[in-house]
Design a protein around this ligand. Structure first.
Ligand code: NAD
Ligand code: DAU
Length: 346
């Protein structure tokens, strides 16, 4: 365990949603740890997410791309990094359907670049992955031993990353771990994702575009619970292992929508059923027994997590208003402008 003397972590993608929450978690709970955030600052990266740790002497920021092998090598050497935690990725399924190229570049080639650098220096490597690698699960719950069966370009790029990570453990003996998280919700999530999109649209009095009948199921988990799990796995997960991370309960999107509207005291008349996402995975569900055996428990149900997230957007307009008036506007028009509105009920 590296934590006794304090870890020196490279957190790639640390200016994004989960990465920033992870940085806050580590700096708050691990006084001996040092954190270097390494981020390309794509549309999803936002230094405002890290503003309140920017003066911490245990924190540093490097603006660079995980596909740039030279930049990766330099940061590892300059900061004496012992552990890489890779959050950096293209992450939105709808964007991957629109244009998959950036997903292959960052989620596959970028993962490869980081693995090579970790191999050269014999570092620990943690890959932040997703339950989407298992694909649609008609019944029951995915276990870590199940084969990956991704169905969107995003999920395929993440599954490819997972396969490379495992290969580097088996072939080169690299100390790797993988976490496969379900849908996170909470502070700093870019408002392209359903919960922040629906929350901010509701607050603006705009329609909530529900894909198809809205009866798809997701395991919405509080981002802080996910960050605790990643920290535990990085610290104690045996090399070569993968762990599912979630509440273990999935709810329908329509239930999520009702919780958002109820929390924000907005009417159900804002709901619009619109043309479904192509290849939309209807249900994700994961078995988290393996992580529980390592000592982790989810602290919030999906219902609590969604309500807490909606309340955060209500209370933090200064964070999301500038985002929704920038690059986001063109994205929203492209993604939703041509979608047909379906009869009530989808
Ligand atoms: P996000 O889209 O909010 O942030 C991604 C971050 O990565 C941004 O800061 C961006 O600037 C950075 N980035 C992108 N390409 C980069 C590159 N080439 N080099 C360096 N930095 C780059 O993502 P998120 O929702 O916080 O997800 C983080 C990780 O967790 C991803 O790997 C994702 O697949 C995984 N994950 C997400 C969820 C979820 O519900 N959001 C669930 C499970 C797993
Ligand atoms: O399961 C983990 C994954 O969760 C992460 O790996 C991804 O990075 C993250 O984007 C998320 O993927 P989803 O596609 O499940 O999340 P999203 O928030 O885009 O959508 C959640 C559900 O809501 C899904 O069933 C699609 C639906 N939806 C989404 C949007 C954006 C709508 O009905 N309308 C929308 O406008």
């Amino acid at each position: 365990m590296v934590s006794g003397k304090g870890r020196r972590l490279l957190v790639t993608g640390g200016a994004g949603f989960i990465g920033a929450n992870f940085v806050h978690h580590v700096l708050r709970t691990r006084p001996n740890d040092h954190v270097v955030v390494f981020d390309k600052l794509t549309y999803a990266g936002n230094l405002a997410n890290l503003a309140d740790v920017s003066d911490d002497p245990r924190y540093a920021f490097v603006h660079a791309d995980i596909c740039d092998a030279g930049a990766v090598e330099r940061v590892l050497s300059a900061h004496g990094i012992d552990t890489v935690v890779n959050f950096a990725a293209e992450t939105h399924v709808d964007r991957s359907i629109d244009d998959p190229e950036a997903f292959i570049r960052t989620d596959v080639n970028g993962t490869y670049t980081l693995l090579e650098a970790a191999r050269a220096k014999g570092l620990r490597y943690h890959q932040v992955s997703t339950d989407e690698v298992y694909g649609h699960v008609a019944e029951g719950a995915s276990r870590e031993t199940d084969p990956v069966a991704p169905r969107s370009p995003y999920a395929a790029s993440k599954a490819s990353g997972d396969l490379l990570v495992h290969a580097y453990h088996v072939t080169y003996g690299l100390h790797t771990t993988i976490s496969r998280g379900s849908n996170n919700v909470g502070p700093y999530q870019y408002p392209e994702k359903a919960v922040p999109l629906f929350s901010t649209n509701a607050l603006e009095g705009l329609p909530l575009p529900v894909y198809g009948d809205g009866r798809q199921e997701r395991d919405y988990q509080w981002v802080g619970d996910h960050c605790e799990a990643i920290d535990l796995i990085v610290d104690r997960g045996p090399a070569g292992e993968a762990y599912n991370v979630g509440t273990g309960t999935s709810i329908q999107n329509l239930t999520m929508v009702d919780i958002v509207l109820e929390t924000l005291d907005r009417p159900r008349s804002l709901v619009r059923h619109v043309t479904d996402r192509p290849g939309h995975d209807r249900r994700y569900a994961i078995d988290t027994a393996k992580l529980q055996a390592l000592g982790w428990r989810s602290r919030h149900t999906p219902e609590q997590a969604v309500a807490m997230a909606a309340a955060w957007y209500r209370d933090n307009e200064a964070w999301w208003r500038p985002i929704k008036s920038g690059e986001f506007r063109a994205y929203y028009d492209r993604m939703y402008g041509g979608r047909a509105v379906l009869p009530a009920g989808g």
